[in-house]
Design a protein around this ligand. Structure first.
Ligand SMILES: Nc1ncnc2c1ncn2[C@@H]1O[C@H](COP(=O)(O)OP(=O)(O)OP(=O)(O)O)[C@@H](O)[C@H]1O
Ligand SMILES: [Mg+2]
Length: 239
């Protein structure tokens, strides 16, 4: 297990938009790390670059001791959960969860055990035999979270994973995420959009979590979540 190091990350899309400009991030092993900033400041682009879904224009990304710039997503051993969950519509919940494990060729008993554990943690027991179209948005989001958990990757990247949950479930899920983070000691990186209650919804305990906040793609400051709450500054993008 090791950290994630992002050095001078720069992403210019083909239309000329600079989404991320010379960003440095250092995420420690086992750390819950939150990126905070207004819409369009480059949170999703940064996460997608770390996951290997988007190629950066320049800059380096290291996971552990490995420079992963040229590694495809599958070889980075990272799970990413999106705000807009992408479940297989024709598969029941239990098969959506089992899918990545079967693809890895894990033994049946191990697949069953991991699926049951994730279903228990995400309160999916009664929903295991339903297909996505018979699940609410929040339930689908819990399935997407559970599908990331079953893989037990080296790190989780979550892009506003709790946005679609109601307040009570959000509170439950943030407790579970903190619990799992402590139990597995993997890195978590997550990006709620604004300095609002949504930030609290991911981190649970503001004081125990490190954060980077940004007003634009150009300036990320390391801080703590408590500081963001106690001394908020304007979150207007500098553009
Ligand atoms: N494929 C693309 N082509 C061109 N520009 C893009 C593309 N994807 C994103 N952008 C731009 O890059 C910038 C950063 O986008 P990104 O999605 O990373 O922001 P974000 O911080 O995740 O925003 P939000 O909080 O709304 O999810 C924005 O100006 C956006 O319009
Ligand atoms: Mg985003």
């Amino acid at each position: 297990m090791a950290g994630i190091e992002v050095t001078a990350l720069h992403k210019r899309y083909p239309d000329g938009t600079v989404a991320v400009d010379q960003v440095d991030l250092s995420i420690g092993d086992g750390e819950l790390f939150v990126m905070l900033g207004p819409s369009g400041c480059g949170k999703t682009t940064t996460l997608r670059a770390i996951a290997g879904l988007e190629r950066q224009t320049t800059g380096d990304i290291r996971i552990g001791d490995t420079l992963v710039n040229d590694l495809p997503p599958a070889e980075r051993d990272i799970a990413m959960v999106f705000q807009f969950y992408a479940l297989y519509p024709h598969l029941r919940t239990r098969d959506n969860l089992a899918f990545p494990l079967r693809a890895e060729g894990l033994p049946k008993a191990e697949v069953r055990e991991r699926v049951e554990e994730a279903a228990r943690l995400m309160r999916l027991g009664p929903l295991l035999d339903r297909r996505p179209r018979r699940l609410s948005g929040g339930e689908q989001q819990r399935v997407a979270l559970a599908r990331a958990l079953v893989r037990r990757p080296r790190a989780f990247l979550m892009d506003e994973p709790l946005t679609n949950l109601d307040a009570e479930l959000r509170a439950d899920m943030r407790t579970e995420i903190k619990h799992l983070q402590g139990k597995w000691g993997r890195r978590w990186s997550t990006s709620p959009t604004t300095r609002s209650r949504r930030c609290r919804s991911v981190t649970g305990s503001p004081s125990s979590t490190r954060a980077a906040s940004s007003r634009s793609a150009r300036r990320w400051r390391s801080t703590t979540v408590r500081r963001v709450f106690s001394a908020p500054r304007s979150s207007a993008p500098r553009r």
